[in-house]
Write a new protein. Structure first.
Length: 94
């Protein structure tokens, strides 16, 4: 299933749209609502993320969901280390 995104006015507007909720349900099953809530909490509480393009945050969240990485603001260094060790890449999701 392909998700087509248009530029939303707000991050919350994007993450509460049916297409995005369906995509995260497809990726995470029952954990999707908690995951989306965590993404929204972190993105709105971080000054830099709050100014970021909502599509960029969606893409980073989709990568984290695909790799089954939990969203936790206090563990961002662990995510980077895990990606580096598992895939040989450096990429901070959040």
């Amino acid at each position: 299933m392909e998700t087509t995104l248009t530029k939303p006015q707000t991050l919350k507007g994007l993450f509460t749209s049916d297409s995005v909720k369906n995509k995260f349900t497809e990726l995470l099953g029952a954990k999707s609502q908690g995951f989306i809530t965590s993404v929204l909490q972190i993105a709105t509480s971080n000054e830099l993320l709050a100014k970021s393009d909502p599509i960029s945050i969606y893409n980073a969240a989709a990568i984290a969901a695909t790799l089954d990485l939990p969203i936790n603001q206090n563990r961002s260094e662990e995510h980077t280390s895990e990606l580096q060790s598992r895939f040989g890449i450096s990429y901070a999701v959040f």
